[in-house]
Design a protein around this ligand. Sequence first.
Ligand SMILES: [Zn+2]
Length: 275
Amino acid sequence: MEREDLAQGVWIFKSRFAKMLSTLIELDGKRAALVDPPMFADEAAEIRGFAVKQGLSVDFLILTHAHGDHIYGAAHFPEALIIAHRGFWDFWCRIGAEDREFFARFLPDYEIPEVRRPHFLLENGSKIWLGRRLIFKHVPGHSPDGLMVELPREGIWIVGDVVIPTPLLSSGSLLELKRTLRELLKGFPGGVLVPGHGRALRGDAARGAIAANLGYLERLESAVREAIAKGTGLRELLKVPPERLGLSRGDLDPLDRWIHRENLRRAYEELSGSA
Ligand SMILES: [Zn+2]
């Protein structure tokens, strides 16, 4: 896996599934926490092997939200204690079947493991001292249970899918995601931002990514509100191409286009009150 060293004892690993980022955090010289373990057994083994070489055992898993690509990998660390937001389990019970269906379709050869119930469910603002100071914040919008991890001393924010190359509302809320992104933009201290997918971003590049996500959502909202006001049906609305809303990085793959249509559908439901 591609690895990047973010700070002393903090590394990120890029999964082959949609460049999902896992962050390994050394806690006290012996123990480590892994944020969002990778889905695939070989990738999990690689991270575990790397940790062992550093003299670390992965004793904690932190899950930024209950979506398959961020949580199925917990099965590869059966001895680790799991930390998530207090809304995690209820949300997973609601969307688990749909999530499994998506991954069964998208990765037909992947054997979906049983999802484990977290051991610790955290409130917004929880602070944990495990040899390293970790602060947890509730960041809803992409999903209702979004949990970001802040390493205040290192200036690192691990935000999960709240910031990703192509924003996805899926099971979340447009208005909530906008609010969360605005708060992130306002509060970002200028260090390192680890998004759910892609690569770590620093300083202005990080601010730019948050602002770009927000800009897309604002254009999405305008397009959807206009369609509702004009009485345009959802079917017509779904024809609005992602490029028209500023998603024109030139590398839009079928998954990005699917995400964009899902966003239109979700925003239409939310803003027309039909959900
Ligand atoms: Zn997600």
